[in-house]
Design a protein around this ligand. Structure first.
Ligand code: PLP
Length: 374
């Protein structure tokens, strides 16, 4: 078998360029707590993303939890079941109840037309996800949130650098959370951020990120430890220099897939959305077993047997995990679109250094479909 091809492979900056940053950290002995690289990283991120305020976090999960606390979200939160489980866990761990709402068949994001019917007197927020970097229908969601006085908090883990009609998608809503996990388009090994244009909210978030400390002797809230150290801040600063090249290389992979897989019967690819500058973090396809001649799971296994490790993001749905499956909104049949998509979805490998030879192998294996079934 040839070398394994994984669904993703992180890009690291040149090691030689990182050493001088490390030398500075070693010389200063300032390792964490708002050091110079931390401050520079937040400013550089805000500048790159085109947003007002960024608070970096040790990972996206902690950022989600702190963001919910900062917005004082309580009671019920309307959210998507078609996401990474961190979204749902953050709601649960903050003492709230997730209320699952179905998704749209084209973009796989929360269906704004189905949100209103789920609102109860206990609802305080909507927590949608720009899944695979597809922007949610923000104007519609904002109208519902504004009408009912709900907070709109985006899980924006997948939209680093994504813009719609020139607007940074990460600037939408009351708050947005980004993830810089190793598998993401922009990584700081582990990492995340909250983005807001409200200075008072940014201040509160920064207290919550550091145990609730306002100053040496004042703790204003039961905060967490979500801080980022100097090493990862410096790494992030350096990574920012390369992120445009990263996205361009990923785009090349997406174009290759589209050129070679478009039109394969039973396979649905996602096109770029009009007016959207995508980041090509994922390459999902939908497998219609009847037409393709093989189920999604059979294709997944077949690829695996050929050393190609695709992923079934996001299967099972969050609403199907034991903690959540007895919730009224999670019961079978309540989320028909999400249930169907979760059965058909497969994310093909995509990363900057995915070479032509590997791409050829993947394309051949997918095109061959049932004929090559192992
Ligand atoms: C949609 C989504 N939300 C939340 C997270 C959690 O982010 P992190 O891994 O940085 O904690 C991730 C990714 O890991 C994600 O894909």
């Amino acid at each position: 078998m040839t070398n394994a091809i994984h669904v993703t492979s992180p890009s690291l900056p040149p090691l030689a360029e990182f050493i001088p940053y490390l030398e500075k950290i070693w010389a200063s002995r300032w390792l964490t707590n708002n050091g110079q690289f931390h401050q520079q990283f937040e400013a550089a991120l805000a500048d790159y993303l085109g947003v007002k305020y960024v608070s970096v976090f040790t990972n996206g999960m902690i950022a989600l939890q702190a963001g919910m606390q900062a917005l004082r979200i309580t009671g019920e939160v309307i959210t998507t079941p078609f996401t990474f489980v961190a979204t749902t866990h953050a709601i649960h761990l903050n003492g709230c109840t997730p209320v699952f709402c179905d998704i749209e068949p084209e973009s796989f994001t929360l269906d704004p037309e189905k949100v209103e019917s789920l609102i109860t007197p206990r609802t305080t927020a909507i927590l949608p996800v720009h899944v695979y970097g597809n922007p949610c229908r923000h104007e519609r969601l904002k109208r519902v949130a504004d009408t009912y006085g709900l907070k709109l908090f985006y899980d924006a883990a997948h939209v680093f650098g994504v813009r719609q009609d020139g607007q940074p998608v990460a600037s939408w809503g009351d708050l947005s959370m980004l993830s810089f996990h190793a598998t993401k388009v922009f990584n700081t090994l582990e990492g995340g951020a909250l983005v807001t244009d409200d200075p008072a909210l940014k201040r509160r978030i920064d207290f919550l990120r550091n145990f609730g400390f306002q100053d040496e002797v004042t703790v204003v809230a039961p905060g967490t430890n979500g801080k980022v150290d100097e090493v990862r801040s410096a790494y992030g600063l350096l990574q920012l220099k390369y992120v445009d090249a990263e996205i361009a290389k990923r785009r090349r992979v997406a174009d290759h897939y589209r050129a070679h897989l478009q039109g394969v019967p039973g396979l649905r690819l996602m096109d770029d959305q009009p007016g959207v500058k995508h980041n090509y973090g994922y390459f999902p396809v939908l497998v219609d077993a009847q037409v393709y001649g093989m189920t999604r799971d059979a294709l997944y296994e077949k690829l695996k047997a050929n050393g190609i490790f695709s992923r079934r993001y996001f299967y099972p749905l969050c609403s199907q995990f034991p903690t959540y499956r007895t919730l009224p909104s999670a019961l079978p049949g309540r989320l028909p679109v999400a249930e169907r998509v979760a059965e058909q979805i497969l994310c093909l490998p995509i990363y900057a250094d995915l070479g032509d030879c590997a791409l050829g192998q993947i394309v051949d294996a997918v095109r061959a479909g049932k004929r090559n079934c192992i």
